[in-house]
Design a protein around this ligand. Structure first.
Ligand SMILES: Cc1cc2nc3c(=O)[nH]c(=O)nc-3n(C[C@H](O)[C@H](O)[C@H](O)COP(=O)(O)O)c2cc1C
Length: 365
């Protein structure tokens, strides 16, 4: 793996966590998801026994308690290692999947392997590793596969983050050949591959390309939550680039808009980016997502009240999801994903416009 030294990576990861968690000093959420423009139809006659409402789903070969996962977050620093272990503990208690932060540092500093063995803390739920797509064209894939085997994970998330890289001091600049490299990676990877963005979204055409490339899941990871251009801007030493970052405050495709544009009939779609409440999850599922991920809310509750607070946050999510299912007459998550809904006219129009944005007959740029 090329690029930065282990100590630079550790410093960067520690700063990411600090910037994301210190809401008094930093603002990292700058846009909206547009999920508030999506409405489910309340049933006064749900005609079901709520004891039959089942929020569980099948995910990466496991039955998990609800269609929510803890999105990939940082490892790579002392604070990050502890955070990841705590997140894995929370996931195990809640019975939900958990992603770990990028494993890139393991190729620079193999002695931290122990800190990535999260299966010890979450033996009964899916755990997935994480790596950056931009590294895949120039690096051999076999060592990554070998690491995936050693970590005994159930999948690997590959993240797309060109916006973040362009504002990260020393970030990658060459994004050519990533799709091809991803195809080769997915072909030979020993576990299912989830492809995600980190908060600007994967557009509907790219969702199709990635599904065709063999991704088990495409996590649209849209705008509305943590804005990684902002996070990197706080670390920028060049004031001109830091100032340029402010022009990207509402960059990206809002999560709700993306899900509406991709449509309910596309399988293997996951939602994340700015989901903060159980009702956000319900709306994302109603738009067709198979499961929904959250990053910042889980680390924030860990910070304010430890594992117990984060577990309570998850229990609240489950209660909201189950109740919304009951009130829409759905006993299964699959039912919720087909439930009647209405979408405000502006979001409907924007989603159609976005879905049709490639209908120009001209694929060249
Ligand atoms: C502290 C922190 C560290 C993160 N590290 C990673 C990472 O290593 N790999 C990755 O794919 N995404 C990473 N993310 C991005 C999240 O997985 C997620 O895509 C993004 O934060 C948007 O979700 P949110 O609005 O719920 O925070 C990180 C997020 C946070 C808050």
């Amino acid at each position: 793996m090329s690029g930065h030294s282990a100590s630079e990576m550790s410093r960067r990861k520690a700063q990411h966590l600090e910037i994301c968690l210190d809401g008094d000093s930093y603002t990292v959420e700058t846009a909206g998801t547009r999920l508030s423009e999506v409405h489910l139809v309340h049933h006064a006659l749900p005609e079901l026994d709520t004891a039959t409402v089942d929020t569980s789903i099948e995910f990466l070969g496991h039955r998990v308690a609800m269609p929510v996962f803890i999105s990939s977050m940082t490892g790579g620093s002392e604070a990050g290692y502890q955070t990841n272990k705590d997140l894995a503990t929370v996931a195990q208690e809640l019975g939900i999947p958990v992603g770990m932060g990028s494993i890139r540092i393991l190729f620079r500093k193999p002695e931290v392997l122990d800190d990535f063995l999260l299966k010890r803390y979450a033996p009964d739920v899916p755990v997935f590793a994480n790596i950056g797509a931009v590294q895949l064209p120039d690096t051999p894939h076999e060592p990554v596969f070998e690491m995936v085997r050693r970590l005994e994970v159930d999948g690997i998330a590959v993240h797309l983050n060109p916006g973040q890289e362009l504002f990260q001091p020393g970030g990658d600049r060459d994004f050519s050949g990533v799709l091809d490299a991803l195809r080769r990676f997915i072909d030979r990877c020993p576990v299912p591959v989830l492809v995600k963005e980190t908060g600007f979204g994967i557009n509907p055409r790219e969702v199709r390309l990635l599904r065709d490339a063999g991704a088990a899941y495409v996590n649209v990871a849209g705008a509305g939550g943590t804005n990684w251009v902002r996070v990197e801007a706080y670390r920028q030493e060049d004031p001109v680039i830091a100032a340029a970052a402010t022009e990207f405050d509402d960059w990206g495709l809002p999560t709700g808009l993306l899900l509406a544009a991709v449509g309910r009939d596309t399988p293997g779609v996951l939602a994340s980016g700015g989901l903060r409440t159980g009702m956000d999850v319900v709306r994302a599922l109603a738009l067709g997502a198979e499961a929904a991920g959250m990053a910042l809310p889980f680390v924030r509750s860990l910070k304010t009240g430890g594992v117990a607070r984060a577990v309570d946050f998850g229990r609240r999510l489950k209660y909201v999801i189950g109740t919304a299912m009951a009130l829409t007459g759905c006993s299964s998550v699959a039912g919720l994903r087909r439930a009647p809904l209405w979408v405000d006219s502006r979001l409907r129009a924007d989603a159609s416009a976005l879905a049709a944005a490639w209908d120009t007959g001209d694929e060249t740029r």
